[in-house]
Design a protein around this ligand. Structure first.
Ligand code: C5P
Length: 217
């Protein structure tokens, strides 16, 4: 069986950085499933597809030529890596992701990422729905205020304007939608190891998770 490590949790906990570090260290594939929902939302916004129209969105998933290459995200031959990282697209992704029909349409595509020598997958439902048989499941959590402050610093470093108050509200709204939706709500798998990263740096989280990796692999 192909080994899989899943990393789930809300946005701003450092899931993405942890996934990249682990995939690099192990030499495994890396799946950023959030980028998939963001790419779909971005395409829907651009093509004027109603974010509430589940059948149209599911149809759109079958239409899209999406590729992850060299750490970049390509849609129909266009590099959309930066365009999908805005708060607007994140919020739209969370709306799109609430439709069971859309999630079902993306399931096989995500599972196809489990290829030798192994996969590290990050998202909201990697351990609960997409890879329930994963060898190691991590659920990374952190205080919403800490997550908003991290995001605020990232935006400032990029020279972008941001309001901390608004970021906290956005994070709370997105969390609420992700945690309460009926299809694949954000929650730790029963066999997940829950880590609160509020007071931890990325290298500290990485070391903690590496210890778990050594234990199971
Ligand atoms: O992780 P990221 O912030 O890029 O994800 C954007 C949105 O996509 C999340 O708020 C969530 O609603 C959705 N998502 C999901 N399931 C995943 C990954 C992301 O529902 N596995």
């Amino acid at each position: 069986m192909i080994p899989v490590i899943t990393i789930d949790g809300p946005s701003g906990t450092g899931k993405g950085s942890l996934m990249q570090l682990l995939a690099q260290r192990l030499g495994w594939h890396a799946l950023d499933s959030g980028a998939l929902y963001r790419a779909l939302a971005w395409a829907a916004l651009r093509r004027g597809v109603d974010l509430a129209d589940a059948p149209a969105l599911a149809e759109l998933t079958r239409d899209l030529l999406l590729a992850f290459r060299d750490g970049r995200v390509w849609l129909d031959g266009e590099d959309i890596s930066d365009a999908i990282r805005t708060e607007e697209v994140g919020m739209a992704a969370s709306r799109v992701a609430a439709h069971p029909q859309v999630r079902a349409a993306l399931l096989d595509w995500q599972r196809a990422w489990a290829r030798p020598p192994g996969l590290v997958a990050d998202g909201r439902d990697m351990g609960t729905v997409v890879f329930p048989e994963a060898q190691l499941k991590i659920f990374l959590d952190a205080d919403p205020k800490v997550r908003a402050e991290r995001r605020y610093r990232q935006l400032k470093e990029k020279g972008l304007s941001a309001s901390l108050r608004q970021l906290i509200l956005d994070i709370q709204a997105r969390d609420a939608r992700d945690r309460t939706r009926s299809s694949a709500p954000l929650c730790p798998a029963q066999d997940a190891i829950v880590i609160d990263s509020s007071q931890m740096s990325i290298p500290e989280v990485f070391e903690r998770v590496l210890a778990e990796v050594r234990r199971v692999l």
